[in-house]
Write a protein that binds this ligand. Structure first.
Ligand code: GLN
Length: 508
């Protein structure tokens, strides 16, 4: 009997291909078919890459026919955020600035997903240069939230999240500088993970804030995210990213360990986070549901304090723009990027190329960064932000002396409508729960906790672990998923957004 490919997890697709239940070519065809059927309403992609996908699928099928052992994610379709280089694709960062930029090589994170057997179906939409929380700042088109297409998917990795939530791919990659994996995962009802800074190589990912950026996966189940994490860290530290560290590929095993319960585990909660202004009651109830599930699995819930964390957003909007200003200086139409025609001198060339190549938010961030790094101003803001960073990091370290992980909201509210938040400062607040982790460097995971009673939209909780203890995140998130997915096969709390489930993409 024909079934839609979106009923399968990444783990099930790889197992089905290895067992000969279906071929990688069939899965690839189903994924491209699902994309064709769903993409007009979702618009998650900037570029779909059928040839790259079909070639990769053919290689998997040939390897299987030759009796070779298949890699762990053989035949699993994956979407790649468009700030990651992949040979044979453009890497536009959703900017006019890089409209014609062809990837000169493949980013390490992408190469590792391909080495694990994934088939690349396309490059996903994002906020321009990853500045944003809605994906509405893409220079090309907005992306729609599959749970309600009048709403945003979050950002900046909104295309990567929407592609997974709409069932077009089981896995995707995003990047997270202040919340860009975790906030869209929360708004789209899927799992998203930002590992500890340094766990995944940034080589080949267009830099935004070099001390904050980290790559991570999206999936519909914790197990799938764990499998992607194993793929991303396999091969050890990357000599091309000096901050990259050796991490054991023990994530899938850690997700499975949730079955043993959480006796002896201490989970911290920050009372101030649960009472914060702007947190909607339905999100708070969702996080409380997650806490109850962890307690039911045997964990002890205790209160912890992060006294300086209120300074995180302010510190981030100094450090982030300062680093972005430095990183984006190369896009001047001379070294890289859009080149304004007809200019007769270099200064005009650079000024006009930048004026016409960048959108509003990218300009706002760079002007802010330029100002913050100017003499006189630098001491007042940049040093203060670095001091706040030290204090926030110390807060987390002190909390982790008492608890194994911290449970908190991922976002203050459910997905908002396109255009609903027009004030940039208001938009920045949508990352009030995610930013402090990038400041401190710790890893975080977002897991769906069901639909909100008031909006009917996906709700989520976030877990944070000590630096380089990211495997705990998947164990505890898997425990939440198991506890909440009763009657749903234990597989996924929400699954594919109902309007898109089964729409095209039949596996024949
Ligand atoms: N929304 C935050 C910002 O606009 C975070 C973006 C990100 O993580 N790339 O800076």
């Amino acid at each position: 009997m024909a079934r839609s490919f979106d009923t399968l997890t990444a783990a099930e697709i790889a197992a089905g291909i290895a067992a000969g239940d279906f071929s990688a070519a069939e899965v690839c065809a189903a994924a491209l078919d699902a994309i064709a059927a769903r993409e007009p309403e979702v618009q998650a992609f900037l570029q779909v890459t059928p040839e790259l996908a079909q070639d990769a699928a053919a290689r998997i099928d040939a390897a299987r026919a030759a009796g070779e052992a298949l890699p762990p994610l053989a035949g699993v379709p994956v979407a790649i955020k468009d700030n990651m280089n992949l040979t044979g694709t453009r890497t536009t960062c959703a900017s006019r600035m890089l409209e014609t930029y062809e990837s000169p090589y493949t980013a390490t994170c992408v190469a590792r997903m391909l080495a694990a057997g994934c088939i690349p179906v396309g490059k996903a939409n994002m906020d321009e240069f990853a500045f944003g929380s809605s994906t509405d700042s893409s220079a090309y088109h907005p992306t729609n939230n599959p749970w309600d297409t009048t709403r945003v998917p979050g950002g900046s990795s909104g295309g990567s999240a929407a592609a997974v939530a709409a069932g077009m791919v089981p896995l995707s990659l995003g990047s997270d500088t202040g919340g860009s994996i975790r906030q869209p995962a929360a708004l789209c009802g899927i799992v998203g993970m930002k590992p500890t800074y340094g766990a995944v190589s940034r080589y080949g990912v267009v830099a935004f804030g070099s001390s904050l950026d980290q790559v991570g996966p999206f999936g519909r189940t914790v197990e799938d995210v764990a499998l992607a994490m194993d793929a991303l860290v396999a091969g050890g530290r990357d000599a091309y990213d000096s901050t990259s560290q050796e991490v054991a590929p023990a994530f899938a095993a850690a997700a499975a360990a949730a079955g043993e319960g959480l006796a002896g585990v201490r989970i911290g909660m920050v009372p101030a986070f649960m009472e914060a202004e702007g947190l909607t009651p339905e999100v708070r109830r969702g996080v409380e549901r997650a806490a109850q599930t962890l307690a039911d699995a045997g964990a002890e819930i205790v209160e912890v304090d992060l006294p300086h964390v209120d300074a995180a957003i302010a510190a981030y909007y100094v450090i982030g723009p300062a680093e972005a200003f430095s990183n984006l200086a190369r896009f001047d139409g001379i070294r890289y990027g859009y080149q304004e025609p007809g200019c007769t001198n270099l200064a005009t060339q650079s000024a006009l190329s930048r004026a016409h190549g960048f959108g509003d938010e990218a300009k706002r961030r760079q002007m802010l960064g330029a100002y913050l790094l100017s003499s006189g101003v630098y001491d007042t803001y940049y040093y203060a932000a670095q001091k706040a960073r030290t204090l926030i990091t110390a807060d987390y370290n002190a909390a982790f002396a008492q608890v194994d992980a911290i449970l908190m909201p991922a976002t203050p509210h459910a997905a908002f409508r396109h255009g609903e938040i027009s004030d940039p400062t208001q938009m920045y607040l949508s990352d009030m729960y995610t930013i402090s982790l990038n400041i401190a460097g710790n890893g975080g995971i977002v897991v769906p906790v069901g639909l909100g009673e008031d909006t009917g939209l996906p709700m989520a909780a976030q877990l944070v672990a000590p630096a380089f203890a990211d495997e705990r995140l998947v164990t505890y998130a898997a425990a939440i998923e198991r506890g909440l997915a009763n009657g749903n096969n234990g597989a996924s709390v929400l699954g594919v957004a109902p309007a898109f489930a089964g729409k095209g993409g039949e596996l024949r």
